[in-house]
Ligand binder design. Structure first.
Ligand code: 3AM
Length: 187
């Protein structure tokens, strides 16, 4: 079996800025710089032979490059305790459109549908039970005005994820370029 997800890799400058926000929160496991990404669609464990079907289906996704801006902070919680903090993404119809196209390509490849609504974010840290909700709220407030310069999305990536003791290791298996539609052939 192989654990897969589709995502956007982030430029080094943006990852540097996000990493510089880290630290100072008890009970937090900060995402290492190399692992920072935006998940477009978690696929999960699939049998190895399905890999090629998924890659072929994704290679048929057509979308043009677009700009994306990381701005703001948020968190997810469970039973009123924070589970993670994330950097937000400015509303982007193009990103939602890419997500929809990926979703239908995956369905065509036989991947089960995703129940959860797509909530674009970049996970910065995950918390264990010792995290203080007040400290997390303070972090979110202190960084609420975070905003990075826009970056150009020119491809999306099929990542594999190996779970290990010190957290997951992600590997970019295939990059799928986004390309502006070709001009119609005049001849
Ligand atoms: O982008 P983030 O880090 O928020 O939490 C996992 C990570 O999200 C998420 O997929 C991303 C790459 O591993 N993930 C893990 N298990 C999941 C599941 N069962 C999941 N997303 C949805 N369903």
């Amino acid at each position: 079996m192989i654990r897969l997800f589709c995502g956007l890799a982030l430029p080094a400058q943006l990852r540097d800025r996000l990493i510089s926000l880290g630290g100072g929160l008890p009970g937090a496991r900060w995402v290492p710089e190399d692992n920072l990404h935006l998940t477009l669609r978690f696929i999960g464990e699939v049998p190895e032979p399905s890999f090629d079907d998924i890659a072929v289906a994704l290679s048929a996704v057509k979308a043009a490059p677009f700009d994306l801006t990381v701005a703001g902070m948020g968190h997810f919680e469970r039973k009123r305790r924070p589970t993670m903090v994330w950097a937000g993404i400015e509303p982007s119809p193009r990103l939602l459109d890419l997500h929809v196209r990926i979703e239908s390509a995956l369905r065509r490849a036989g991947v089960e549908g995703e129940e959860r609504q797509f909530q674009p974010h970049i996970t910065l840290a995950r918390f264990d039970a010792s995290a203080s909700p007040e400290r997390v709220a303070g972090f979110l407030q202190a960084n609420s005005l975070f905003r990075a310069p826009p970056f150009r999305v020119e491809h999306f990536t099929l990542f594999s994820s190996m779970l290990g003791r010190s957290g997951p290791t992600y590997h970019a298996e295939v990059e799928f370029p986004l390309a502006a539609a070709l001009a119609p052939d005049r001849f």
